[in-house]
Design a protein around this ligand. Sequence first.
Ligand code: 1CP
Length: 342
Amino acid sequence: MSDKTILRALKGERLPVPPVWMMRQAGRYLPEYRATRAQAGDFLSLCYTPDLAAEVTLQPIRRYGFDAAILFADILLLPQALGAELWFVTGEGPRLSTITDAAGVAALKPVEAIHDTLSPVYETVRILARELPRETTLIGFAGAPWTVATYMIAGRGTPDQGPAHAFKAADRAAFAALIDRITEGTIAYLSAQIEAGAEVVKLFDSWAGSLKGADFDDFAVAPTRRIIAALKARHPGVPVIAFPREAGPRYAGFARATGADAVALDNSVSADWAAAEVQKDGCVQGNLDPRLMVTGGEALVAETRRIVAAFSKGPHIFNLGHGITPDADPDNVSRMIEAIRG
Ligand code: 1CP
């Protein structure tokens, strides 16, 4: 059995002190991240320069001693590797060329071509596998197909994923073909990350909550299940964390329906509900409101302890309900870790 606490929790072990890492732990709230990002020039250069991407991945490990490091990259690199144009507008966010019909889906590059673009990401993983402390787990990741599709269709982040829902309503077959292509690309991308040294992979379905009823089954559950089955066939024993953000009641049963080893929780569900309905199927992760990393104080300590207590009867990895924001106070991260490891 590995002595890495994250791997033990993912295999179902209840630990006296939950291991901890943070979504977006390498990010703009850290001065050392801002310095390396300035050195890289722009965000995509940072993602595609292995030495610098590895450096920012390591920064929060050095500063806080988190139990896991998450590869520094972005979910939008896969669409770019499939042929979409991608750029970042400072102060606004990502922009992509849009896919509006079946012809747009058909024009995407074949899955085998993705490695031409993504090979620097695999090099970052190789560097990290060498340089991380031996007790630190390396997590690779990708976006889940629905969330990635929302960006490929709209060309940007959207509050309600309206353009993706409209495409799905107008031409369900073409939409399903896009989901299939992203699913196959994701299997190839995550397999390559694992071959380079990722010990766990996570699927970010940030917009899963806007899929309702049968759409949730078809476009959140089914692609996730297909990706996990393919990864388990190629890389048995490599755990997968699924993050169907804002899934609400659909969090219950998600691990069983998809084969995920752990489910990451946003902060809209109650920890007590999730302990009863989600943790009964395996490891859970998340739930702390990221705003507490801005406001801090006694509320941060109390809420951290409340979440640790709520999940103390089963396998648990401490994390936030979503990414830490640029206005967070780095000292609040230390307070959270002290409250956990006390
Ligand atoms: O200028 C900067 O530094 C850009 C900010 C930033 C960062 C730090 C972006 C742009 N991406 C990232 C890194 C990133 N993105 C990681 C690295 C590892 C870590 O967690 O530390 C990860 C896992 C992601 C994943 C990601 N990118 C998601 C899924 C998780 C989530 O937050 O919901 C999504 C939706 C994206 C798209 C994206 N990339 C960046 C932005 C600002 C956005 C959101 C755009 C939008 O919806 O408007």
